[in-house]
Design a protein around this ligand. Structure first.
Ligand code: DAK
Length: 258
């Protein structure tokens, strides 16, 4: 598939998807979301890919869903198309590790897109917000739920009800982002993290991601059982034998994803 609104590159086992609609500050229109969904599905099926980075431009990760595309919708049209479930939500269904590298604006659907990733690395210029209330709507692709889980009720209410933006330092303090780096170190840092992840055993990294995500879905006792079962299952893999042998033999492990 030829992409018009994203740019996809690969370095080693890391795929980078860069949103590329600069004139609209990477506003998330449906064709762009379809392209992201397609690129992710290709990465899912490609066994040479161990981790994906989602990023934007220096000025904007994404300034939200495309307001111009959205403005004439009515309830029936958005209910029937349900593009949000079909495409906009695709990153949250991606099973390999997915990192958001955010610079500039991550607003509305852009902030929600970043939160669908497994963790967010932000540049010092990043600004996060859920300003939908200014348009007389509210977050609709997970913002009310994921932001609240990430930063707690008080701050999430503040963000969604006032529509204010949060800078990178506040986002790090609040636990929304995992680290903040200078602008010119954003992609090198994201690539370094992604390469480290991609060098691990792929099925083990996927199971680790699945188990952490279960913490948001399950009561503690059930989550602990889920963790224990998957932990036990890892001892059936060749990679567990390799990882532990390599440690004992003081050498680098070579995982086969088996
Ligand atoms: N949509 C469309 N175009 C956008 C855009 C957006 N979200 N954000 C920016 N642009 C466009 C601007 O219209 C402008 O285009 P031209 O006028 O040049 O043609 C260009 O990008 C540059 O923007 P500005 O001139 O405004 O640039 P500034 O540096 O002055 O300001 C800004 C940057 C990010 C502060 C400002 O652009 C801004 O406030 N943008 C809107 C941010 C926003 O409100 N985002 C939330 C969008 S609503 C749903 C679920 C979820 C959603 C919807 C439905 N369902 C389940 C059905 C999600 C909704 C949203 O995300």
């Amino acid at each position: 598939m030829k992409y018009d609104m994203i740019e996809v590159t690969q370095e080693g086992a890391v795929k980078t998807i860069r949103l590329d609609r600069p004139k609209a500050l990477n506003a998330l229109c449906t064709p762009m979301m379809k392209e992201i969904a397609h690129a992710l599905s290709t990465a899912q099926d490609d066994s040479s890919i161990g981790c994906v980075i989602l990023t934007g431009s220096e000025k904007a990760f994404a300034a939200g869903a495309d307001i111009k595309e959205m403005q004439d919708n009515n309830y029936i049209s958005i209910y029937k198309s349900d593009d949000f479930a079909n495409y906009h939500d695709a990153p949250s269904r991606f099973r390999k590790p997915l990192i958001a590298a955010v610079s500039g604006y991550a607003l509305g659907g852009g902030c929600e897109l970043a939160m669908m990733c497994d963790f967010i690395i932000a540049s010092e210029t990043a600004k996060f917000g859920q300003p939908e209330i200014n348009l007389a709507v509210m977050p609709g692709i997970g913002g009310t739920q994921r932001l609240t889980r990430a930063i707690g009720k008080s701050k999430a209410m503040d963000m969604c009800l006032t529509g204010r933006m949060m800078d990178a330092d506040e986002a790090e303090r609040a636990g929304l982002v995992s680290r903040v780096v200078p602008q010119d170190e954003l992609m090198p840092t994201a690539l370094d993290a992604a390469s480290k992840i991609a060098a691990q055993s792929q099925p083990i990294a996927m199971m680790t991601k699945e188990t952490l995500n279960a913490a948001f879905e399950m009561p503690l006792a059930q989550g602990l059982k889920f963790e224990r079962r998957l932990f036990q299952s890892m001892f059936t893999t060749e990679d567990q034998k390799e990882g532990m042998s390599a440690f004992v033999e003081k050498r680098t492990p070579h995982f086969k994803n088996k």
